[in-house]
Design a protein around this ligand. Structure first.
Ligand code: ADP
Ligand code: MG
Length: 391
């Protein structure tokens, strides 16, 4: 892991000046999967993996970017930003700069040195950490006040409109607003949120199945379309609804006859998952950690059977974890068809859990999983220097 001092020294060597440093974390979602685009609820936590950006203003309107992760640099002119993504890592920072400028935040030219210990492309949202760290750094360097919710919206917009990935608000939101030792209950419709305490004696253990199925993006679009179809069909009986968020399980059962079986099951997943998010948040709020395991198990089952987004490797990983001592909940997390599981594990058991699950998963699948033992961490912050008060 690069320390702040290392990063400042590297910046000095590359750009021959002092710098300010900004951090933004990756995230894991504890429960609430595929609920975001149905105007529902999610319960993510920021994790200790960080994207770090060292930045110093320039006298012109150029952005000069260096990513240590790719050992690659690039330059752009804020007055002539590209209109389209290039399929390059720089799409993310340039997308953020574009969406900030389009929203009226005039930016200053700057030199940026970027490094990240968020594993790239495994579902821990290295992209949101990158966007938020750069967005925060650019805003502060241009002396704009930081509105964290607005920054999250700018980053989502960058990824939707510039990078071209149809992501929800959750990832940049938690990267902006995360709080150490807490998860964040987010209403994806109103963007109201509240912090939910996580027990001090529990770690967030993330197990990467090391599989990523090719059809994931297509299936994601299909699921979104199926949810919209569900709203359209149920709307024939309940004209007031605009998203599955507005439908109760009782109403779904009452109007089941309007729906083909697959659409019914997709709707049932979203409606029951929203309910589980509330129940998990309440259990955590009340310190009733023993109530979590069945809710996590039901969430996994719902994604496997109703939403049909699991895969054999995820099911194996969850089954291996769920039976272990000190495990308070295990389920797949993220979009599905591979990627990671999230496990709440007693701190004193977490190393043993890591070793046992890795060995058993390897025997079952022939794959060596990456397993990360994390704690809920702070959202984006300025950790060295301060560009907001300098000229
Ligand atoms: P995830 O967000 O799950 O990690 P994505 O595919 O959404 O996966 O984002 C990964 C991409 O984000 C990388 O391929 C790269 O283009 C960009 N990215 C993330 N972190 C960095 C970084 N430190 N430097 C350059 N690009 C980065
Ligand atoms: Mg991403």
């Amino acid at each position: 892991m690069t320390t702040i001092q290392d990063l400042l020294a590297k910046f000095q060597r590359r750009f021959s000046s002092r710098a300010a440093v900004y951090h933004a974390p990756g995230r894991v979602n504890l429960v609430g999967e595929h609920t975001d685009y149905n105007d529902g609820f999610v319960l993510p936590a920021a994790i200790g993996f960080l994207c770090s950006v060292a930045i110093a203003p320039r006298n012109d309107r150029k952005l000069v970017l260096y990513s240590e992760s790719f050992d690659s640099s690039m330059e752009a002119d804020l007055d002539a930003l590209p209109r389209k993504a290039a399929g390059h890592w720089s799409d993310y920072p340039l997308g953020v700069a574009t969406s900030l400028e389009k929203s009226g935040y005039r930016l200053s030219g700057a030199n940026l040195y970027i490094t990240s210990d968020v594993p790239l492309g495994v579902g821990l949202s290295s992209s949101a950490a990158f966007e938020v760290a750069v967005g925060y750094a650019l805003l502060d360097t241009a002396h704009h006040p930081i509105d964290r919710t607005r920054l999250a919206q700018m980053c989502q917009r960058a990824e939707n409109e510039f990078v071209g990935a149809h992501v929800g608000i959750m990832d940049p939101f938690i990267s902006c607003h995360g709080r150490a030792e807490h998860a964040l209950l987010l209403d994806c419709r109103s963007l109201e949120f509240q912090f939910v305490p996580l027990p001090a004696k529990v770690k967030l253990v993330i197990c990467n199945t090391m599989v990523k199925h090719q059809h994931a993006a297509g299936e994601y679009n299909t699921r979104r379309a199926e949810c919209e179809e569900g709203v359209r069909l149920i709307g024939k009986a309940l004209p007031g609804i605009s998203a599955l968020r507005d439908v109760t399980l009782v109403q779904l059962e009452q109007h089941r006859g309007l729906l083909p079986d697959a659409i019914y099951r997709r709707c049932r997943h979203v409606i029951t998952e929203n309910d589980r998010v509330q129940k998990v948040a309440t259990a955590l709020e009340n310190g009733k950690i023993g109530e979590l395991a069945p809710l996590f198990a039901a969430s996994h089952q719902s994604m496997r059977d109703d939403y049909e987004i699991s895969c054999p490797e995820l099911d194996i990983m969850v089954a291996l974890a769920a039976g272990k001592t000190g495990v308070y909940g295990a389920r797949m997390t993220g979009g599905g068809f591979g990627g990671c599981t999230i496990n709440l594990v007693a701190t004193e058991r977490s190393m043993e859990f890591q070793q046992q699950v890795a060995a058993e998963y390897y025997s079952a699948t022939g794959l060596r999983p990456d397993i990360y033992v994390c704690a809920a961490s702070q959202g984006a912050e300025n950790v060295a220097g301060d560009n907001s008060s300098t000229d």
